[in-house]
Structures are given as C-alpha cells and as structure tokens.
Design a protein around this ligand. Structure first.
Ligand SMILES: Cc1cc2nc3c(=O)[nH]c(=O)nc-3n(C[C@H](O)[C@H](O)[C@H](O)COP(=O)(O)OP(=O)(O)OC[C@H]3O[C@@H](n4cnc5c(N)ncnc54)[C@H](O)[C@@H]3O)c2cc1C
Length: 250
C-alpha cells in the first residue's frame, strides 16, 4: 500500500525481517506450554538475539516484553539491529539529499542515466509556505537568517514563477531527449524539486535513529512529512519497539 506524501510522493512498505525462528509460527513451546504468537512477528528475532548467551528462545510477549523494555531502556541496542525493513520512497531530490546523510542505511535510487525522469515536480502548498515565512520572520530561525519581513503577494508570485520554471525545464529536458542528447546529460538542469524514487533499507535501530532526527521540529517540514509515514509503518511492523521508542526516547 502506497501512502501519499506531499503532492506527488509516497512511501510504500516492501518487506520486513526480524521474525527469527519463533516469529513465523502461531505457537511457541516453552516449558511444555504453547504460547500464542502473532504470525510474522518481526520483533521475535530481537529477543532471540538477546538470548544468544543462554541459547534461549522466545517465550511470548507476556514474559518477553519485560526483556525488550530492559534492552531498550538500558541502551542494549544491538539486538534491535537484527530486525529491519525496506521501503520504497518517491520524494523530491532535496529530500533525498537530506535522507542520504543517514549513511548506515542502504539505498538504491532510480538512475536518470538509464531511464527518462518522470514529469513530477514539487510545488509546495502556498498556504503552508506563507505560514512558514511568517514563522521565520517572527522567530530567530537559523534557516531563515536575515529575513525579517514577508510579503504575501510576492511570495505567491514567486511560487507561480517556480511552477513556470519547472515547465520550462521539463520542455528543455524533453527537447534534449528528442534531439539525441544522452539522458545522463539531458538531466543536468533538473532542479532539486524534481521527484526521484528509491528503495531504502535499514535495521530497526537505524530507523529509530532516522525517526529521532527527522521527526524532530528542527527537521525540515518536507522530510518530516516522510518521517511521519515511516513512523506509521514502524508502528505497525514493530509495535512493541514503537511503544518503547515513544515512552523512553527524548
Ligand atoms: C535538523 C538537521 C539539520 C542538519 N543540517 C545539516 C547540515 O547543515 N549539513 C550537513 O552536512 N548535514 C546536516 N544534517 C545531517 C546530519 O549531520 C547527519 O548527517 C544526519 O542526520 C545523519 O545522522 P547520523 O550521522 O546519525 O546517521 P548515519 O550516517 O546513519 O549514522 C548512524 C550512526 O553511525 C555512526 N557513524 C556513521 N558514520 C560515522 C563516521 N564516519 N564516523 C563515526 N561514526 C559514524 C554515528 O554514531 C551515527 O550517529 C542535518 C540533520 C538534521 C536532523
């Protein structure tokens, strides 16, 4: 299921790992007792990893949520690296520039050398830009340093000009392709508001680090919108860890 973000973007869950040995069955045996386990429970592998010293197995969440909490609270975070997930993301290139700074994730992005770029450009919502301009003018905001006034009409005009420039750039790009300019060269004028697509894969510990940084108010609005959807997917896929993340993270 693709969850829409911004005007043309999306995040789509592709796959998860972390079920270990005990997370794919509907029951688990411990002390001769059958304990019910959710099918495809992607957090069982975290518990199994934490019990490597004792060769112990998963005992069901009634008992093991305590161990998970202990691990999280005491920052024994390597077992959380045994779970993870892959998502597909369509986002403007400037969002990818921020996202790719999370170097310990793995990425594969579409290549404009081999395929023509889709005709998709980010046009920010006028009302939101005006709101951000007003906030920037009123507060000491590092991103907007030096800007102390905002002119609503001129900002609207500027946004319309930006949409027009996108159109010119697209026409120029298509013209280049038509007359035989190689794709890898035809793309050189593409603005960072152009949409691109990637697969992003990371372990759960890394996704939590990504969320800590990109859900924070200091993160730019656009990547925050993507982080909210990533959080939604993490919440559905790793519900116990998500609860701990919300309870104990600063
Ligand atoms: C609000 C905000 C503003 C930002 N502004 C800027 C900016 O102006 N300019 C800019 O360049 N970046 C900026 N960044 C990006 C930021 O500096 C980080 O690169 C990015 O958030 C990824 O974080 P990370 O390094 O923890 O993630 P990852 O690269 O995924 O690394 C995860 C962890 O692995 C370890 N690690 C990874 N690589 C190394 C290494 N080489 N050496 C030692 N330890 C390592 C660290 O413990 C790190 O926390 C900004 C980020 C945010 C959230």
């Amino acid at each position: 299921v693709r969850i829409s973000v911004l005007d043309h973007g999306y995040v789509e869950f592709i796959e998860a790992c972390g079920h270990g040995l005990g997370g794919t069955d509907d029951t688990v045996d411990y002390d001769g007792i059958h304990h019910a386990v959710r099918l495809d429970d992607f957090e069982v592998g975290i518990i199994e990893a934490a019990r490597q010293s004792t060769q112990g197995s998963f005992r069901g969440w009634d008992e093991d949520s305590k161990l998970l909490t202990y691990l999280y609270r005491n920052k024994h975070l390597t077992p959380f690296e045994q779970a993870g997930m892959t998502i597909e993301v369509q986002a403007p290139i400037f969002v990818f520039r921020e996202w790719h700074r999370h170097r310990t994730s793995s990425y594969n992005e579409m290549s404009a050398r081999y395929a023509p770029l889709p005709d998709l450009y980010y046009n920010p919502d006028d009302a939101l830009v005006l709101q951000r301009a007003e906030e920037a003018a009123k507060t000491v905001n590092r991103q907007a340093a030096g800007v102390s006034v905002w002119d609503e009409d001129k900002i609207r005009e500027w946004l319309a000009d930006q949409a027009h420039l996108y159109g010119l750039q697209e026409t120029h790009y298509q013209h280049g392709l038509k007359i035989g300019v190689p794709k890898e060269i035809a793309r050189i004028g593409m603005p960072v508001g152009h949409y691109s697509r990637m697969r992003a894969s990371a372990n759960l510990r890394n996704w939590l680090q990504f969320l800590t940084l990109r859900l924070a108010p200091a993160a730019q609005y656009e990547i925050r919108e993507y982080a909210k959807v990533v959080g939604q997917i993490v919440a559905e896929t790793f519900p116990h860890t998500w609860e701990l993340f919300n309870e104990f993270s600063v």
